[in-house]
Design a protein around this ligand. Structure first.
Ligand code: GAP
Length: 473
């Protein structure tokens, strides 16, 4: 990110999408709160994901597992010992950086630094230090420490207050949601009796003690993940992996992300148990680069093997057709909900010059994701007959979708306010309409106005949708 904050960041705050957390106490680094339009947008993105991943399929089941899990979960998964980032501190200004991100400032690429051993990172830093090139990005000091490992696991504790400090009461806030899926895999098999291949999907909070330098909601310490673990026979992996790659990429296009802003990133270095790992990357204007939004990983039988070993539970799948018992392999799709929200805002945030020379800011969100589906205005706020009719229409629409009623300022200003939050339709009640039960409907993107019968309003707005009727958020 450049030194000057991108206008989207101040826009997101001033228009009620995203607020820095705990601001009145000076803020809490890399934690954010979501305002009225933010939570509506976030829920719509989640619903769009859930629809594609669960509702429209007959082989994926839903789950909502707890944030706290048995501490052994994270020992079995390797997180307690190995989920860490290489950290470099500035002794002068006390800023903290990820060594791999620091090296990127000097032309190193992800391929060279991602998951690179500490020795390698320190050798590169030493070379830069030797050439007197290595400086703190924050204060310019040359007094930077070597890289050391910093655990991303966030600890908490449960039990009575007197037990607080005992090691056995330490629990972790989950660093990824898939852990809960692995632990509930057996219950899902025993209760729903699915045939392979099948998936389990869930949406929920995850926590990581990230070392972060100003990335807005791209990388935060508390965030939501939407993950799906697909259980299959090893011989099914290749075909299903390719299919999921296609399906997930198509989802971005369906919701209005242009192909030119998306690309695949193939991980060159794989963990020992994985057979493939690709990321979908989006070209964020707010971050000035292509960055990962979603990972699609072929994980083999590593997760179930580890959890069988550490829990002692038999997690083998019984195949009725062959009479065989075996541990299924897993491929996952994993995406951050907050990161997707940043992507959709980044993609939709537009400033346009109008014919009259003025400018408008408009959020060109897919209508299914727009926080508010329609706004209803009386032409004049001091004419009770217009106000009554507009309020009646607002009450009727409110039962079907999120709408707003607005009678402040002139119509032009009301349009601008709705454009800014991405509302697809503005509906104005005027005197002509009182006579023939019609309203004017103005579309966000074309700014064209049409006269529509009140009785046809829902149908009209549904027709404008690319698919289906706008649903209540
Ligand atoms: N279970 C696999 C897993 O968690 P990951 O690449 O660490 O893989 C998956 O995370 C996705 O979760 C990322 O592509 C990103 O969208 C999101 N994500 C990860 N860390 C995040 C953070 N600190 N803040 C926001 N989103 C994050």
């Amino acid at each position: 990110m450049s030194d000057k904050p991108h206008p989207l960041i101040s826009f997101a705050k001033s228009r009620g999408f995203i607020y820095p957390s705990s601001e009145i106490y000076g803020g809490l680094s890399a934690i954010y709160d979501y305002g009225h339009y933010g939570i509506l947008l976030k829920k719509n993105i989640e619903a769009a994901w859930w629809k594609a991943m669960v509702q429209e399929r007959d082989d994926v089941f839903g789950l909502d597992s707890a944030i706290f899990m048995h501490p052994k979960t994270w020992i079995a998964s390797g997180h307690v010992d190995g989920f860490d980032d290489p950290q470099v501190d500035c002794r002068q200004c006390k800023s903290r950086f990820r060594a791999d991100h620091l090296l990127e400032n000097y032309g190193y690429t992800d391929d060279q630094t991602d998951k690179a051993p500490l020795d390698y990172l320190n050798a590169q830093l030493d070379a830069l230090r030797h050439d007197k090139k290595l400086t703190c990005p924050n204060c310019g000091s040359r007094d930077l420490t070597s890289a050391k490992r910093f655990s991303l696991m966030v600890k908490s504790n449960i039990g009575s207050p007197t037990d607080d400090l005992k090691e056995e009461n330490v629990v972790y806030l989950r660093p990824e949601t898939c852990g809960g899926i692995y632990l509930e895999y057996k219950n899902v098999v025993d209760s729903l009796h699915p045939s392979l291949p099948f998936g389990i999907a869930q949406v929920g909070k995850a926590f990581r003690n990230e070392i972060i330098a100003r990335q807005f909601i791209f990388r935060t310490r508390e965030f939501e993940q939407m993950e799906m673990q697909y259980f299959l026979k090893s011989e099914q992996m290749k075909e299903k992996y390719e299919q999921w790659k296609k399906d997930r990429f198509a989802w971005y296009l369906e919701y209005g992300i242009s192909k030119t802003k998306l690309r695949w990133y193939k991980h060159a270095k794989l963990v020992f148990y994985a057979s493939a790992a690709y990321d979908i990357e989006y070209n964020f204007s707010v971050l000035g680069n292509f960055k990962e939004v979603e990972g699609i990983h072929a994980r083999g039988d590593h997760d179930l093997t580890q959890h069988s070993k550490f829990s002692g539970a038999d997690l083998r799948y019984f195949d009725q057709a062959t009479g065989q018992k075996f541990l299924p392999h897993i491929m996952e799709t994993s995406v951050g909900l907050n990161r997707l929200m940043l992507m959709f805002l980044d993609n939709a945030f537009t400033t346009e010059k109008l014919e009259d020379g003025s400018e408008r800011t408009v959020l060109k969100l897919d209508k299914r994701l727009a926080p508010i589906k329609a706004a209803v205005f009386p032409l004049l706020r001091n004419k009770p007959e217009l106000v009554d009719k507009a309020k009646q229409i607002a009450a009727m629409l409110r039962k079907e979708m999120m709408i707003e009623y607005d009678d402040h300022g002139n119509i032009g200003k009301r349009y601008r306010r709705q454009d800014e939050i991405g509302t697809p339709y503005c509906i104005t009640v005027d005197f002509d309409g009182l006579k023939d039960e019609t309203v004017t409907v103005r579309s966000r993107d074309s700014m064209k106005q049409e006269r529509v019968a009140i009785s046809r309003l829902l149908e009209y707005m549904a027709g404008g949708e690319r698919r289906g009727t706008p649903k209540k958020n």
